[in-house]
Each structure stands twice: as C-alpha cells, then as structure tokens.
Design a protein around this ligand. Structure first.
Ligand code: FES
Length: 272
C-alpha cells in the first residue's frame, strides 16, 4: 500500500549563507543535506510542524514563516512501501536561538556555490536552484525587520535568559524581559558568584537608570564588585548591596532565577 505524506521545510539565509541540516543515518536519504524540516503530524498546521521540527532537530525556532514553494517526491523507499511526499517550503524571516545538531547529524551554513555541490534529496534541489537564481547566483538573506522584531519579542517573552548558558564566575549577563500588563519591561542582570547565580533588576537604587560602565563588563576583573560609573557606585554581586557611591547601604532589587536546561530562566517575582 502506498502512503501520502505532507512535510515542511524552512529556508533561512543569514549573510548569504543558507541553513542546512544533514539527515541522520538509518532513515530515508541518510547523510544527505537538506532544508531542515519534517513531517506534518495529525492536527498540526504546516507552520506549527515547522516550529516543532526546528525545535526538535535544531534547538531553534523559525519565526514569520511565509510560503515559498512546494515540491513532490514519489518513489520506493528501500525496505518500505511506496510513498508520496508533498513538501511545502517556507521562507523564514526570523530566528530564535542558535541552530545546533540536536536531532540531526550536523548543521551548516552554506553559500550558494557550496550548496550547489551538496547531495540533497530530490525535492530540495530545484528550490536551492531557484533561491540562487533569484539572488543572481548568491543566496539573499531571508530575515527582515519584521522577523527581527518577532525574534526580539520571542526573546523578551521567554523567561529563559539569553546567553546564560555561558555564565561563569566573573561574568555578568544583562537582559530585557517583557513585563506583565501592570509592569514595564524588566531589565535585569545575572551574575555568577562563588555562592551561585544571582539576578537583580538592572536599575541603580538612587537613580532609576541601568548600571553603566562605559561598555566594559559590569563585573570588575577580580569579580568583587558590580560597577556603575554613572556616579561611581560599587555593588557586591552576592547580595546586590551598594558598598560605595551615592546609594551606599541600598541594594539592587533581587530577581528570582531558576535553572533551565544548560542556563537560567527568570522564576517570577522578586527573590526573598
Ligand atoms: S546611576 Fe549608577 S551610580 Fe548613579
């Protein structure tokens, strides 16, 4: 008996390089390079399937997907029945996260001349050729202002703190999160201390503006103080207390953070 499947694939180009993934061993078309995506499951829209597949395979989220092309594949899969696949290709306008080979063999960012030489499943080849032709021989970036705005919004709405996987002693990560309707956006800073991670509102206690160190890291090189150069304030990272400067004795407002995967997420509310 033959099966008819619906599948989706996403096209995301950044700085002229197309995001591609390598199919795992043991499945259909093992080892071939393709536009990342997969099957649409029962009850899913194609756009939802694309988000799920990229999350599962690349640990990244495609944003603002718009239909670009479609293709069909039909044939005998070794060891299986005959199957037909209709593939919907979407242009992806924004990206949340950094793609990695979470559920695929590998990922790569290919310029057009390199992508042309890769072995791909049959339905991908005409789409790659069309992309290169429309860009005059190169891949044109698919991201746009709306996609970037969607990415920014996704970051702000997600409690996960961007860059917190790389948190280590003597590093502070600043972030902005979307506030609730009653509250304005939350500007925060996450800092690693010998006693664990601490997070604070990134607002000086005496003047409601973010800590500023003229572009240098907020944490001093020896890790002893968070530094604000606006009026020369020093804060201890362990408790956010100001130990020198105009707000001496006051403290930065604490934020609750919780472990999330390899990093940290805002846990909601103020820390005790
Ligand atoms: S605003 Fe930070 S020290 Fe004054």
């Amino acid at each position: 008996m033959s099966a008819t499947l619906l599948a989706v694939a996403g096209i995301f180009v950044r700085e002229g390089r197309l995001l591609m993934s390598r199919r795992p061993k043991g499945g259909t078309w093992p080892g071939l390079w393709e536009l990342p995506g997969g099957k649409v499951e029962d009850g899913e829209t194609p756009e939802e399937a694309l988000v799920r597949e990229w999350r599962e395979e690349l640990d990244a989220i495609p944003l603002g997907a718009v239909p670009f092309d479609f293709g069909t594949e039909s044939g005998l899969v070794p060891g299986r029945s005959r199957r037909h696949v209709t593939l919907l290709f979407f242009r992806v306008r924004g990206l949340r996260g950094t793609p990695s080979a979470k559920g695929v063999e590998a990922v790569r960012w290919c310029p057009a001349d390199e992508a042309r030489l890769l072995a791909t499943p049959p339905a991908d080849a005409p789409v790659l050729a069309r992309l290169a032709a429309e860009g005059g021989g190169a891949f044109r970036d698919t991201g746009d202002a709306e996609g970037r705005a969607l990415a920014r919004e996704a970051v702000e709405n997600d409690p996960f703190i961007e860059g917190s996987e790389a948190l280590r002693v003597r590093r502070a990560v600043t972030f902005v999160k979307r506030g609730s309707t009653e509250e304005r956006d939350v500007r925060g800073l996450l800092v690693a201390t010998p006693h664990g991670a601490r997070a604070y509102r990134n607002v000086c206690p005496h003047v409601p503006i973010p800590l500023d160190r003229d572009g240098e890291p907020l944490l001093s090189a020896d890790g002893r103080f968070l530094v604000c150069r606006n009026h020369g304030a020093l804060f201890t990272p362990e408790d956010g207390r100001c130990v020198a400067g105009p707000c001496e004795g006051d403290s930065l407002a604490s934020l609750r953070v919780v472990r999330s995967g390899a990093g940290w997420a805002l846990g909601g509310g103020e820390a005790p």
